[in-house]
Design a binder for this molecule. Sequence first.
Ligand code: 5AD
Ligand code: SF4
Length: 427
Amino acid sequence: MNIHDSEKIAGILESMGYAPCDKSEEADVVVFNTCCIRETAEQKIYGHIGALKKLKRANPDLIAVVCGCMSQQDGVAEKIRASYPFVDIVLGTSNLNLLGDAILSAQKKKKYFNVDFTRYREEDFVQSRTSYPNAWVNINFGCNNFCTYCIVPYVRGRERSRPLDDVMTEVRQLLADGYREITLLGQNVNSYGHDLDGGVTFATLLHAIGGLSGKFRLRFMTNHPKDLSRDVIDAIAAHPNICHNIHLPVQSGSTEILRRMNRRYTRDGYFALIDMIRASLPDVGISTDIMVGFPGETEEDFCDTLDLVRRVKFSSAFCFVYSRRKGTPAYSMEDQVPPTVKKDRITRLLACQNAVTKEISQTMIGKNYEVLVEGANFRYKNTMCGRTDGGRLVNFKCDESQIGNFVTVNIERASSATLWGVITEEK
Ligand code: 5AD
Ligand code: SF4
């Protein structure tokens, strides 16, 4: 989501005549697009903002901008004004479209601080896309779920879906421009359409895009287990261009912790959902997000998470240590888990998932997979990488001219998360 917002920021700056540069010492404008989902993300940003002071002294005309989720939090704009007086512009998550005006103001040495929730339209942006052959497309913004640990509903506001026709126009244009993979973005893509007229649902959207002609891939994220319906699975099964890859954050394997998180599904409900998905899509790659150390998580709860990880066999998992976010209900829950226990649990969880990933990787050796060549793996010469339909990253030798092409790759070897193969067919 933030990478795509950065593409919008770059688009505004480029339309004003600015161009990207490699070194911040040479920049006329520095923009920090921030995240506040965990404390570590916030601490890093404050470090970076602090470092701007020196740059600003060397170049007083430098325009310093802070935008994104962190600046949208209560009190942060005031904190930046007081503690980092060299920052010229602060914008929130839902008024990024004002960046152009803000820059014009800052060019005249006038500060521009505005974190009002004034929704923009996607059509207000000329996007500077950076991820060819993939293109990100927002379909809904914000979140109404209020998981008790999560800051997102407070900084991204209430859920709002883009009209179906607007999404379709953007997708058609991207395909006409040569993009080979579309990734639909929303905090909860499964609730797409709830606020639109005409009974439009996420499944409607998948059928509409899946029915477009031409060779391309469709992915989407993120899914909420409580809202992922059979209609969506049927739509995936119905269209060969929709990838068999579902990111389905579980967060915890303990029903009691899920209840305290306000996730509104149970451990057994999650297993039933996995069974339903695999019955229709046997080759599906399911990835997830998991958190350890949520307030009140006992050793037994955590063991339930490890057990779920072993049983579901996720193709990959983003694993996080719970971070206390001010303003969320979990912030003031009793039984906060001590840091040493959190550290121990994240280490064990990572080891557990690594073993699962390794096991899945071994079963892929010797088999052929269709891969979209996505970009260079700069650590190795003449090595490109791309993903299988199920979402696993594969490395293989070929040159950059192949980026954007579909190839067949035979998997030869695997370290735990990384697969290596050779191209056996170019398409
Ligand atoms: N602490 C740790 N991880 C969090 N996430 C969301 N809020 C927090 C938090 N307070 C994780 C969840 C979510 C992912 C995007 O970030 O796992 O799915
Ligand atoms: Fe946060 Fe829950 Fe919304 Fe995801 S669904 S953004 S975890 S509140």
